[in-house]
Design a protein around this ligand. Structure first.
Ligand code: HEC
Ligand code: HEC
Ligand code: HEC
Ligand code: HEC
Ligand code: HEC
Ligand code: HEC
Ligand code: HEC
Ligand code: HEC
Ligand code: HEC
Ligand code: HEC
Ligand code: HEC
Ligand code: HEC
Ligand code: HEC
Length: 441
């Protein structure tokens, strides 16, 4: 466009030079304060006007000035007149109807204006509002550039190849102003709807929800991840972190992350962000797992190997304690592989066989003491003796065995070939793998 204007300016000046005297339409003449001074005395004067009225007006041949007689007419009708010097702005896929119709003067003045771009009103929104009553901009939470009337930061007032006259398509449009998100989009793991289009989740002008969201966080995520809703519905236990108001956002970034599955932190750190204290739910106290792990001499190898989510489902489960596989809720369970599916997904289920000299060290000679304890319809659960997270003792042995609300000291003492314990259930008993000491009972 510049080239075109420069060329045209060059033509004007030469014409102006030769015919000025004859036409007497130079700016000094016509924009005389007494005559048309009011047209050109605003702050922003159209460059064309500065160059001379005759760029746009020509004499009709009648005498001027004369009351009720039009002494001048436009050299061309608008918009052809404007396109004489400006690039045509009705060439793209989507042209704004007032521009299509050539009604440039709906928005611009031809001579001068107090506003940039010779606008009739500022901010531009005041122009737009003449024709658009935006219901989409009237909701509780408003987007700041909309409130400020900066419609043209997002829309081209004339034309665009993008739908809705947008300057750019989302997400490029949004990332232009949102620096934090333009960093996020470069991260290792990017949520597909974030990559594709911000409007998958956000409203453009205003919204009833915070952060311009289309829906509240949980419903928003579930809208696309309906399989998660099915899982929650099917489960007997839903994690408090999921039912909490922040819900999914407690653990996931809606946009992107360096962590897999768009987690906001490494999963193990993530869990301990909340499980670094005792959580009280009704009469139940949920232990401080971070403290157990930090205090432990022996942390369960599973935590190192597979992390918390190796045993717990972060969302919901039909097993107690959100466990990923079967495990008894209380102190007892039928002694079989299925009851302790979780433990036996990594440890040998032969642990429950009556006799062995290889499978376990918890034996007296070849008598398997795991079998002895975890036996019958009412076998003792592993957690009576072991803490699944960590312990001050070898082999994850508890200091105290949980029996409902009662905690019974185990007084476990390992020895070179065995060990001893003196819990509330019986007097001190010893076992020795080499020289069996325990009398059959
Ligand atoms: C860029 C083109 C252009 C230039 C240059 C221009 N005019 Fe105009 N002028 C117009 C257009 C277009 C209209 C019609 C406005 C409308 O219909 O609302 C107009 C209208 C007018 C009118 C009618 C009253 C009004 O406000 O609508 C007067 C008077 C006028 N111009 C004087 C001048 C004078 C004096 C100059 C030079 C100082 C000048 N014009 C320079 C485009 C121009
Ligand atoms: C719906 C209102 C509207 C209409 C109709 C309109 N414009 Fe504009 N125009 C604007 C706004 C708003 C701006 C300022 C854009 C910005 O700040 O980015 C602008 C800027 C301009 C500019 C300067 C910036 C640029 O894009 O080069 C020119 C020249 C222009 N318009 C010419 C025209 C012409 C010619 C017509 C008629 C064919 C027209 N406009 C019709 C609203 C309008
Ligand atoms: C005779 C040539 C000519 C005609 C006819 C003309 N313009 Fe311009 N216009 C210019 C020049 C030159 C500029 C200054 C360009 C620049 O600064 O890049 C300009 C600038 C503008 C601007 C930007 C003002 C700003 O704030 O920078 C708008 C808007 C505009 N014209 C609208 C129109 C409209 C609407 C018409 C038709 C009614 C029109 N022009 C007709 C030559 C013309
Ligand atoms: C003179 C009246 C008029 C003005 C002023 C006007 N528009 Fe429009 N605009 C229309 C009409 C008519 C349509 C087509 C009908 C519709 O979709 O609402 C339209 C359509 C649009 C659309 C596309 C809507 C769609 O659903 O595809 C956008 C975006 C838009 N205008 C933005 C603006 C902005 C931004 C401004 C101010 C800079 C503005 N309009 C000023 C009359 C106007
Ligand atoms: C932050 C960018 C942004 C700003 C600022 C903005 N819009 Fe929009 N607008 C959009 C987007 C994006 C859409 C398209 C939404 C879609 O495709 O569903 C849109 C759609 C529209 C539509 C079509 C109908 C609708 O309501 O969705 C109109 C009309 C419109 N805008 C006018 C305006 C006006 C007038 C302003 C100034 C008051 C404005 N916009 C400010 C981004 C913006
Ligand atoms: C012209 C610059 C600009 C554009 C373009 C823009 N925004 Fe914004 N947006 C802002 C500003 C300024 C704020 C308020 C300050 C902040 O929260 O960063 C904001 C706030 C937001 C907020 C937070 C609202 C809240 O209540 O905290 C969201 C979400 C948002 N924008 C999404 C978008 C989306 C989606 C797009 C693209 C359709 C977009 N923005 C385009 C400037 C812009
Ligand atoms: C999958 C849904 C989704 C998509 C797609 C999405 N967002 Fe968000 N966005 C959210 C949610 C949910 C929040 C609220 C986060 C919170 O409260 O912690 C948010 C918050 C924001 C905020 C406010 C951030 C803050 O720190 O307050 C901005 C700005 C934002 N998004 C911009 C964008 C941009 C830009 C895009 C596109 C590149 C985008 N969003 C795409 C869901 C989405
Ligand atoms: C507009 C649809 C949409 C919305 C809304 C949405 N997602 Fe997604 N999400 C997807 C798509 C598409 C994928 C990639 C396909 C897949 O893996 O399921 C995905 C993938 C994911 C993944 C990785 C899945 C995997 O197996 O690797 C997680 C985690 C995720 N989304 C969480 C969320 C959260 C949290 C929210 C709410 C803030 C949310 N999503 C909202 C569409 C959506
Ligand atoms: C307590 C933290 C936490 C909360 C709250 C949470 N997630 Fe997850 N989510 C995770 C972890 C950790 C993974 C990774 C699991 C894996 O890698 O096996 C995950 C994985 C996913 C996946 C991938 C598929 C799958 O099932 O493993 C989707 C989809 C997902 N989450 C969606 C959601 C949605 C939707 C919500 C809200 C209703 C939500 N998440 C709430 C921690 C959470
Ligand atoms: C080897 C599997 C396993 C791993 C790995 C594991 N847990 Fe557990 N977790 C369990 C079992 C089994 C229970 C049930 C304990 C019981 O019956 O008292 C449990 C119980 C819990 C409880 C409920 C505690 C209470 O007092 O009711 C929380 C909270 C918990 N785990 C969090 C975690 C966190 C956080 C991690 C990662 C640091 C983790 N778990 C790793 C198996 C595991
Ligand atoms: C935003 C805080 C938060 C985060 C993060 C969190 N939790 Fe929880 N968790 C809770 C709350 C609150 C409860 C107790 C409420 C409930 O679930 O009934 C709980 C309960 C639990 C329980 C006991 C469930 C029961 O009823 O027996 C387990 C197991 C558990 N969380 C494991 C995890 C694991 C594994 C992670 C990491 C993937 C994790 N939590 C991350 C807040 C959190
Ligand atoms: C995800 C696999 C996995 C699951 C599930 C698992 N463990 Fe482990 N367990 C390990 C690993 C790894 C070790 C470290 C020793 C090794 O490498 O064999 C270990 C070691 C142990 C030890 C010996 C501790 C030591 O100091 O050597 C005990 C006791 C134990 N687990 C009990 C259990 C119980 C009880 C369960 C069920 C609640 C269980 N484990 C579930 C992987 C698992
Ligand atoms: C009555 C207490 C008690 C119960 C109940 C118990 N264990 Fe043990 N377990 C032990 C003792 C004591 C050791 C340590 C043996 C040694 O090294 O001297 C041990 C060791 C282990 C080991 C380390 C390898 C080995 O066998 O020496 C694993 C794995 C193990 N137990 C898993 C389980 C599982 C799984 C359950 C539940 C099905 C369970 N335990 C129930 C007391 C118990």
């Amino acid at each position: 466009m510049r080239n075109k204007i420069i060329f045209i300016l060059a033509v004007f000046s030469s014409i102006a030079f030769t015919v000025k005297a004859q036409l007497d339409t130079s700016k000094t003449g016509c924009s005389n304060i007494a005559c048309h001074g009011n047209l050109t005395n605003q702050e922003v004067v159209h460059h064309a006007v500065k160059k001379g009225c005759d760029n746009c007006h020509q004499s009709t041949g009648t005498q001027h000035p004369l009351k009720d007689v039009k002494g001048f007419k436009l050299v061309l009708d608008v918009p052809a007149l404007c396109y004489k010097c400006h690039d045509e702005n009705n060439t793209m896929k989507n042209v704004h109807p007032p521009v299509q119709k050539g009604n440039c003067l709906e928005c611009h003045t031809p001579h001068s204006s107090p506003e940039n771009n010779l606008l009739k009103k500022n901010p531009p929104a005041d122009l737009c509002k003449q024709c658009h009553q935006l219901e989409s901009a009237s909701k509780r939470v408003k987007h700041e550039p909309v409130t400020k009337g900066e419609c043209v930061k997002c829309h081209d007032p004339h034309q665009s190849d993008n739908s809705k006259l947008l300057n750019l398509e989302s997400p490029a449009l949004c990332l232009k102003c949102h620096k934090k998100q333009s960093e996020e989009i470069k991260m290792a793991n990017v949520h597909p709807p974030f990559q594709n289009n911000c409007l998958n989740c956000h409203s453009h002008h205003s919204s009833t929800e915070n952060k311009l969201l289309d829906l509240q966080p949980q419903s928003l995520c579930i809208y696309c991840h309906d399989d998660m809703q099915k899982k929650i519905d099917k489960a007997t236990l839903v994690h408090g972190a999921v039912t909490d108001k922040k819900s999914c956002l407690n653990c996931h970034s809606p946009h992107a992350s360096e962590q897999k599955k768009f987690l906001i932190a490494d999963p193990d750190v993530l869990c301990l962000n909340c499980h670094d204290k005792t959580i009280v739910v009704g009469t139940r106290k949920i232990g401080n797992i971070k403290q157990i792990i930090q205090k432990s001499k022996d942390v369960h190898g599973a935590i190192d190997k597979v992390g918390c989510i190796g045993c717990h489902d972060p969302h919901a489960s039909s097993n107690p304690f959100l466990l990923t596989k079967s495990f008894p809720a209380g102190s007892y369970a039928q002694a079989n592989k299925e009851s302790f599916g979780l433990c036996f997904s990594c440890h040998k289920s032969e642990l429950l066989e009556k006799q062995t000299t290889t499978v376990t060290n918890f034996r007296n000679g070849d008598k398997n003491l795991h079998f002895v304890h975890v036996n019958g319809e009412k076998g003792r659960s592993c957690v009576i003796c072991h803490n699944p997270h960590g312990s001050m003792n070898d082999n994850l042995i508890n200091d105290k065995a949980p029996f409902g609300s009662w905690e019974m000291p185990l007084k476990y003492v390992p020895t070179e070939n065995g060990g001893s314990c003196a819990p509330g259930c019986h007097t001190e008993r010893k076992y020795d793998r080499v020289n069996s000491v325990l009398k059959d009972k």
